[in-house]
Design a protein around this ligand. Structure first.
Ligand SMILES: Cc1ncc(C[n+]2csc(CCOP(=O)(O)OP(=O)(O)O)c2C)c(N)n1
Ligand SMILES: [Mg+2]
Length: 555
């Protein structure tokens, strides 16, 4: 009797299934079709997009939304190079995803086969693991290994290339390793001695502040973070995907007073976010404050500035343990910190009131503050908000507050334009029960906008809003400041494109908005349309967000 055989593509699908992956994002190529065939057998959905960058961003987005690793499958050569940006974005954003790339047949190694490139060399610096699958028997083994490697320290992407002959060949099923139980929890509780020290610091602090970074969401540490800040009365700031950890209106939720807090605090706890450009490389913290850093990755702790205490491990476990250890010691903490919290609230209210007239402005062309204000008012507890653009997204970062944890998506520290459509795709696919709203700059939208067609084809309704200033405004501002207004319009001017019409062309709902009073009704109609939609809002091209004017991102 002949023994049962299995091909490499089917082994990929079995390994994806074992990992819990329900959907792959892909753009087809002859090198990879056997994986599709395997997915049919395993019940894994194949979402085919219009550009490989979108496939990779969607895998990143899927990981963020589901807490499981995402997977993108692309063909050799240009398919893989197109996906580089998506992998790089996931690398900087610490998002666990696997990119599988095709490769020329091993039998034609270095002979100049179609689409042959040194993919592994290209991917090595932007992944946690990059390898070639050497034999068909080991296909599933290496897929599982690549997934496991995504979780070393802070998570991140892995890459595998599978040569065409390795993928297509059939081997006896009993010769292939198909791992099923191959993963342990990588959660680390933190050094107990360090946690005691943190508890002591908390007991003595009069003006503590905490910054909850993206790892709080990555590790699903929302409850621990809430118990910590509420139990110990620690004002909290949130960045990246940790936005929404505390709901707006929570007594410990702060946003606009961050700089003041970090200048005045006596204890600053940084959780799950590096001292990178967003943090002024750690230089903007009070020189007299005690600084504590908690991170999944030992390499992030103490990088760019000294700290008083570093704890490596899972933010949720560490915050829970510290809250417990401190609870007995800070009996009177609540009362002592009341004044500090009131002080921050006053700064917060003042900043809010100063900006409010702009948020309510009736000006035409529309003030970008009005647009982001309307969006903020429109969001429900079940709306996942995505920002993809330059200046317009910088405006939104100040005003838009997600109403629930895990409902904020931005590219992360790579600052990649073009993530929006892919994140919307991944979010709506993984959570059809959620509403998805993506704010695009017109420049950002144009990079990957054709995948609006994929949203239509797969019936993935979302509310797309374009803050259209016919410019790459964030860059234009810097050019004007550096070279003068008369030389500012080089390389940053876009056409006056009616993107609402583009949406309709591709089978979605589209509208043009020029009057601020029409923003809300247009958003409502998009919501009710049940279709992928684009509301093209013409905003004033000659106003800039404060963050853009300070050019903090380049400092
Ligand atoms: C892929 C990519 N290319 C270029 C940039 C540099 N960049 C940052 S902001 C920006 C302008 C974006 O224009 P738009 O999306 O229209 O937003 P606006 O600033 O006009 O509001 C550019 C080109 C980038 N971050 N990512
Ligand atoms: Mg623009």
């Amino acid at each position: 009797m002949m023994s049962e055989t299995i091909s490499g593509g089917h082994l990929v699908a079995k390994a994806l299934k074992a990992e819990g992956v329900e959907v792959i994002y892909t753009l087809c190529g002859g090198h990879i079709i056997d994986i599709y065939d395997g997915c049919v057998d395993e019940g894994i959905e194949v979402i085919d997009v219009r550009h490989e960058q979108v496939a990779a961003h969607a895998a990143d987005g899927y990981a963020r939304i589901t807490g499981k690793p995402g997977c993108a499958v692309v063909t050799a050569g240009p398919g893989t190079t197109d996906a580089v940006t998506g992998v790089a974005n996931a690398f900087r954003a610490e998002s666990p995803m696997l990119l599988i790339g095709g490769q020329g047949a091993l039998s034609q190694h270095k002979m100049g086969s179609l689409q042959d490139l040194p993919h592994v060399d290209m991917m090595a610096p932007i992944t946690k693991f990059a390898a070639t699958v050497p034999t068909t028997e080991r296909v599933a083994d290496l897929v599982s290994m690549a997934f496991r490697e995504c979780y070393h320290g802070a998570p991140g992407p892995s890459f595998l290339e599978i040569p065409r002959d390795v993928l297509d060949a059939k081997v006896p099923l009993d010769k292939a390793r198909i791992p099923k139980n191959y993963r342990a929890s990588t959660r680390q509780a933190g050094d107990p001695e360090s946690i005691e020290r943190l508890a002591d610091m908390l007991a003595h602090a009069e003006k503590p502040a905490i910054l909850l970074g993206s790892q709080v969401q990555t590790c699903r540490a929302t409850d621990a973070a809430i118990d910590f800040v509420r139990g110990l009365n620690v004002p909290a700031y949130m960045n990246g995907s940790a936005r929404g950890t505390l709901p707006p209106g929570d007594p410990m939720h702060f946003q606009l007073s961050r700089r003041y807090a970090f200048t005045e605090a006596d204890l600053i706890i940084i959780v799950g976010t590096p001292f990178d450009f967003r943090m002024g490389y750690g230089k903007r913290l009070s020189p007299t404050a005690k600084v504590v850093q908690i991170d999944l990755d030992y390499r992030t702790v103490g990088k760019n500035r000294d700290i008083d205490l570093g704890i490596v491990g899972d933010p949720g476990l560490i915050l829970s343990a510290a809250a417990q250890a401190a609870s007995g010691r800070v009996e009177n903490g609540a009362a002592r910190r009341k004044e500090w919290i009131e002080e921050l609230r006053a700064v917060e209210t003042q900043a809010y009131e100063k900006r409010l007239p702009r948020q309510l402005s009736d000006a035409q062309p529309i003030d970008p503050y009005r647009l982001v204000h309307e969006i903020n008012e429109f969001l429900t507890e079940d709306t996942i908000y995505i920002g993809d653009g330059g200046d317009i997204v910088t405006f939104s970062g100040q005003v838009v507050q997600p109403k629930s944890p895990g409902h904020w998506m931005d590219p992360g520290p790579l600052g990649t334009l073009g993530v929006g459509m892919a994140f919307a795709m991944a979010a709506k696919k993984a959570r059809p029960d959620k509403e998805v709203l993506c704010l695009f700059g017109d420049g950002a939208f144009s990079l990957t906008g054709w995948d609006f067609e994929t949203m239509v084809r797969f019936d993935l309704p979302f509310i797309g809003v374009i803050g259209n200033n016919s410019s790459m405004n964030q860059i234009r501002y810097g050019q004007a400041a550096k070279y003068g207004e008369d030389r500012a319009r080089v390389g940053n001017t876009l056409g006056d494109v009616r993107y609402g019409e583009f949406a309709k062309l591709l089978g979605g709902h589209g509208e043009e908005v020029r009057d601020p009073a029409d923003i809300r009704p247009a958003l409502e109609r998009a919501r009710e349309s049940g279709k992928p939609s684009l509301i093209n809002v013409w905003v004033d091209p000659d106003v800039y967000a404060p963050g853009t004017m300070n050019q903090t991102m380049y400092k």
